[in-house]
Design a protein around this ligand. Structure first.
Ligand SMILES: [Fe+2]
Ligand SMILES: [Fe+2]
Length: 271
């Protein structure tokens, strides 16, 4: 760890952080509690129809979806607290103090939901690799880029998809709240990354392009991953999934471009 001041508070150039502070205020206003969800009033996950076997199969499929989200939010706790600790600027630290709380609240909600749904299923190995890519990146610029610019934006469409197939359940309600929260996490990350990249060097541009080229194939593998419990729906949806993934990855590249990066070195390979 570096020595010196815990927080940097130089007087000059603080206007650049106004947007980051705006997201801090927004996060405080949109804060919610796990107890606000309608526990006991609506079913945790869709109940399913048909024979006991097909109901059990559906239930296993949903448990697998919940497990993946629980895993993602536990890893997000690690990444958010790393950002809180290494970001030097007071405005960013304030914001990250709210993001740590959000990711921990998301984890609490998934833990309760997955328990109500009958327990966890298989762990997604690609999510672990995605998190390690971010946690082990050399610079703050890369970490904010990987987690907030890319991952938290790309995951929002997945929450909408899950919500749409889980009408009238706790899962739908939770996905709606998480889509809002991750929208704020993404917006704050874009705002901070703009400040960090004010004097973007060729070397940093290359670092970020390399980081994107490490992350994107892993995100693709994560999005298309089908554990045993979901293998039966995997094939039916494969071409739609690939199409959706292509749109997601292209959005990622446009976001990088909007930060002023030269993205000509980004490789979009879809399996
Ligand atoms: Fe989260
Ligand atoms: Fe998040």
């Amino acid at each position: 760890m570096a020595t010196g001041q815990l927080i940097e508070m130089k007087d000059e150039g603080r206007e650049a952080f106004a947007e980051v502070l705006r997201f801090y205020e927004l996060a405080k206003r949109r804060e919610w509690q796990v107890r606000d969800l309608p526990w006991g009033e609506v079913p945790p996950i869709p109940e399913g129809k048909g024979s006991p076997q097909s109901k059990a199969r559906r239930r296993d499929m949903w448990r697998s979806v919940l497990t993946q989200q629980l895993q993602a939010d536990m890893l997000a706790c690690d990444m958010a607290s790393q950002l809180l600790n290494i970001a030097p600027d007071v405005e960013a630290k304030l914001y990250y103090s709210t993001m740590v709380q959000d990711e921990s609240r998301h984890t609490e909600a998934w833990l309760k939901l997955v328990t109500e749904a009958g327990g966890t299923a298989e762990r997604d190995p690609h999510l672990d690799k995605l998190a390690h890519t971010t946690l082990e990146a050399d610079t703050l610029e890369e970490k904010v880029f990987l987690m907030q610019v890319f991952y938290e934006r790309l995951i929002i469409s997945r929450f909408r998809l899950i919500a749409r197939s889980a009408r009238g359940t706790l899962l739908e309600e939770l996905c709606g709240r998480l889509a809002t929260d991750d929208g704020i996490h993404h917006g704050a990350g874009m705002a901070y990354e703009r400040v960090l990249l004010q004097n973007l060097s060729k070397k940093m541009n290359q670092k970020l392009v390399d980081a994107a080229n490490r992350l994107l194939p892993e995100f693709a593998a994560h999005a298309l991953w089908r554990p045993r419990e979901r293998a039966w729906i995997g094939r039916a949806m494969e071409s739609r999934d690939v199409e959706r993934l292509r749109e997601d990855l292209e959005l990622g590249v446009r976001l990088a471009e909007s930060l002023g990066l030269d993205v000509s070195g980004v490789q979009l390979t879809i399996p």
